[in-house]
Design a protein around this ligand. Sequence first.
Ligand SMILES: Nc1ncnc2c1ncn2[C@@H]1O[C@H](COP(=O)(O)OP(=O)(O)O)[C@@H](O)[C@H]1O
Ligand SMILES: O=P(O)(O)OC[C@H]1O[C@](O)(COP(=O)(O)O)[C@@H](O)[C@@H]1O
Ligand SMILES: [Mg+2]
Length: 471
Amino acid sequence: MAFPMDNAAGAGEDRRTEEGSLTIPNIKLHRLPHLKDYLPDLKTHPNPLDNNPFFHPVSEFYITPSDVILRHILHDLSDIPSPGPHPAYHRAGPRKWVYFDPAVVRAAIVTCGGLCPGMNTVIRELVVGLWELYGVREIFGIRAGYRGFYSGQPEALNPKIVHGWHKMGGTVLETSRGGFHLDKIVNSIQDRGFNQIYIVGGDGTMRGMVEIFNEIKRRRLNIAVAGIPKTVDNDVGIIDRSFGFQTAVEMAQQAINAAHTEAESAVNGIGLVKLMGRSTGHIALHATLSSRDVDCCLIPENDFYLEGENGLSISSANGLKENGHAVVVVAEGAGQDIIPKTDHGSHVQEKDESGNPVFSDVGGWLKSELKRWWDRDHPGELFTVKYIDPTYMIRAVPANATDNMYCTLLAHSAIHGAMGGYTGFVCGPINGNYGYIPVDEVARAKNVVNTRDHKWAWVRSITNQPDFQTT
Ligand SMILES: Nc1ncnc2c1ncn2[C@@H]1O[C@H](COP(=O)(O)OP(=O)(O)O)[C@@H](O)[C@H]1O
Ligand SMILES: O=P(O)(O)OC[C@H]1O[C@](O)(COP(=O)(O)O)[C@@H](O)[C@@H]1O
Ligand SMILES: [Mg+2]
């Protein structure tokens, strides 16, 4: 099972055996940063799980550097030789030898960016996992995001304190945007003697984590930095999906159901629901597919327009004609280019404290545009648009059972990785298996809706909406 730790492409060519099976030796293992890269004299210790009464480590229990996950598991057998190299990542899980003596671990946990169902579960499971699995006793919560490293007092955490946190939405540690001052953050980490940093956050947070990791490496500090990807929008790439996403989609159903009922109960009624999704439409898409009451789903990845043969108004009119009502779901980042910005023509894009664009309310604008269109084309006829904006309701809830389990596995993966001396990594499921991904890759990777694949075609087939490609 020997497998080189660094980027390695197998020498053999991909080939099909006589039985017709495909061997894929051409694997490129994404190199994971490790503390011993710059601290070669670090000592190892037997994993405390060896003596944990709840575990009976058998030989396969521990994950070795040769255990990998292939990023792409779909291959075309007729494609010979199969193009390579095939990217692979280290599997997450406990290592036989760890690089920290649990007695000297001082762990810090921080949550950054917008809320997402399950943040409290991740914190809880980091605390309980460090405590119970490895016997770590010094665990601290950093208050209110990155700024909390230098502007507040860390809060000591233990399993008793975090006991019921998984039942609560939000983050008890609080979160914030902005406030990223690299030197202040790393100085404070150093001054307070933290040696394991667990960072829970989205794409912006991961970009910040890259800088923190690089600075810690530059200073040659014995500090492991682990990331846990958080994004209700599901916009982080490489991983299968982000925690809390399924909970948010489930919550969105309530808004769509209400919009449907309102629309159905009116004469020429349109139910309009705005869902989160700054630059990706995953929530809108999944909520649409699971609801089946939606007649049009608008997402940032697919431009749309109102008027003309294939415009939204005609599509809505068709829904009204056929069913007497229509339901439109719009992701908050959709249509930003066609919403008039100011009365004076010029416009400076508003930004939040992290530099993310602050959008115009596409739902409010659509509501007035649909009304204007109806009054113009159907004067005197009854019409109503009921606009529901459940924005924060779908993310400010506790995680559902599936997401709660998922959060636990993420937290445990992060702990095992940090204890094993890995650093600058993010953990997450890749094709159903938990792996470690270098944080700079995650910070670069995006997950947008592919409007050319089957899923988007499926949306169009159940909504019967236009593709908005022709006017
Ligand atoms: N390019 C960046 N470099 C350093 N820090 C960043 C960067 N982008 C965002 N951050 C910081 O990461 C934190 C969270 O970012 P934000 O975009 O608000 O949320 P999210 O991580 O959920 O996407 C904020 O404190 C922000 O200042
Ligand atoms: O009002 P806030 O808290 O800044 O959050 C709004 C944004 O947060 C999100 O829910 C998630 O954003 P992040 O993942 O970047 O934190 C977006 O969908 C939304 O645009
Ligand atoms: Mg973000």
